[in-house]
Design a protein around this ligand. Structure first.
Ligand code: AMP
Length: 281
C-alpha cells in the first residue's frame, strides 16, 4: 500500500493506472476509520482493479471550529486498517495541499440542500462539494463509494456528478451498525460511557417507526419519534423528517408516501449523530 501526500504523486499514480487500463474505485473519508468505512473499501475491492482511499478532515464542511478541532484523528491506526483491507493507495494531503488558495465556490444542488443537514448546517454541502470535486478531478475514478449513513450527502453527490458531467458511477452502500443498532460513526468515539449506553435509542426509535408505518401517517410517526427521544434527558432531537428518497421533500401524509427515508439528527451531550432508515407506508 502506498501512502501519498502530494497531488503530483497522486496524478502520476493515476496516469500509470490509466495506461494499464485499470479501473479505479475511490473511497473519500475523513479518517478515524471504522467498519462502515471498511465496508466501502470492500465494495470497491470487489468491483475495481485498484482502490484509492483519501483521508482528509475537510475544514470547509464544518460549521463550528470546535467540531473540526475535536474531530477524532488517528492516522496510524487508519493506515493499519487500510493495509489489512487490501487498499492500493491512500491519499492524505495537508490543508495547504488541498486548498492552496481559498475556495469559496457555491453550488446549485437543485433544492436538495434546503432540508435536514443543509438547513441546519448552512454551507455544509458547499464545503462537501468543494472537496469532493477537487478529489474527483485528481483521482478521476471509475466508481466512487459513499455510505447511505449520510443519505442526503449521497443524493447531493449523485446530483453534482450529473450536473458537472463527471463520468463516475456513484455507488451507495448500506449503513453498518453496532450490535445494539447504533450506526457506526467516527463521532461515537466522543460519547461518554453513559451517553454511549443511551445513544442506541436513536436507531431503536427509527426501527419502531418502521413497525408503526403500517397504521400511522408520516406526521404521526414524526411526532412519536421526536417525543419518545426527547423524553430521554441525554438526547436532543435536532430534526426528524420522512422524505421522498429521491427529491428529499418532506412527506406529511400517507397518500404522498412512495419510496421514503426517515432521517434524523440528534445531539447526545455535545455529540451530534445522524442516522436514517428506509420506510414505506
Ligand atoms: P466520513 O469519514 O464520516 O466522511 O465518511 C466517509 C464515508 O463513509 C461516507 O461516504 C460515509 O457515508 C461513509 N460511512 C460513515 N459511516 C458509515 C456507516 N456506519 N456505514 C456505512 N457507511 C458509512
Amino acid at each position: 500500500m502506498e501512502v501519498l501526500h502530494a497531488k503530483e504523486r497522486m496524478q502520476e499514480k493515476i496516469l500509470r493506472y490509466n495506461e494499464k487500463n485499470m479501473t479505479i474505485g475511490f473511497v473519500p473519508t475523513m479518517g478515524a476509520l471504522h467498519e462502515g468505512h471498511l465496508s466501502l473499501v470492500e465494495c470497491s475491492r470487489r468491483r475495481d482493479d485498484v482502490t484509492v482511499v483519501s483521508i482528509f478532515v475537510n475544514p470547509a464542511q464544518f460549521n463550528q471550529r470546535d467540531d473540526y478541532e475535536k474531530y477524532p484523528r488517528d492516522l496510524k491506526s487508519d493506515l493499519n486498517h487500510l493495509e489489512q483491507a487490501g487498499v492500493d493507495v491512500v491519499f492524505t494531503p495537508t490543508e495547504q495541499e488541498m486548498y492552496p488558495e481559498p475556495d469559496n465556490r457555491e453550488f446549485d444542488f437543485g433544492g436538495l440542500d434546503k432540508v435536514m443537514e443543509g438547513k441546519h448546517r448552512p454551507g455544509h454541502f458547499d464545503g462537501v462539494a468543494r472537496i469532493v470535486t477537487r478529489l474527483f478531478d485528481l483521482v478521476m475514478p471509475h466508481r466512487a463509494y459513499f455510505g447511505e449513513k449520510d443519505y442526503q450527502q449521497l443524493a447531493i453527490i449523485r446530483h453534482l456528478t450529473r450536473q458537472m458531467r463527471y463520468n463516475i458511477d456513484i455507488v451507495g452502500c448500506p449503513i453498518i451498525r453496532e450490535s445494539d443498532g447504533l450506526a457506526k460513526s467516527s463521532r461515537n468515539a466522543r460519547l461518554t460511557h453513559e451517553q454511549r449506553k443511551e445513544a442506541p435509542e436513536i436507531s431503536q426509535a427509527l426501527f419502531e417507526a418502521i413497525e408503526h408505518s403500517g397504521r400511522c401517517s408520516p406526521d404521526e410517526i414524526r411526532e412519536q419519534v421526536i417525543s419518545r427521544l426527547n423524553k430521554n434527558p441525554q438526547i436532543d432531537v435536532e430534526y426528524f423528517e420522512i422524505v421522498d428518497d429521491k427529491t428529499l421533500k418532506p412527506i406529511r401524509r400517507k397518500e404522498e408516501a412512495k419510496e421514503n427515508r426517515a432521517c434524523i439528527a440528534a445531539w447526545v451531550g455535545s455529540v451530534r449523530l445522524i442516522d436514517n432508515v428506509k420506510i414505506s407506508f
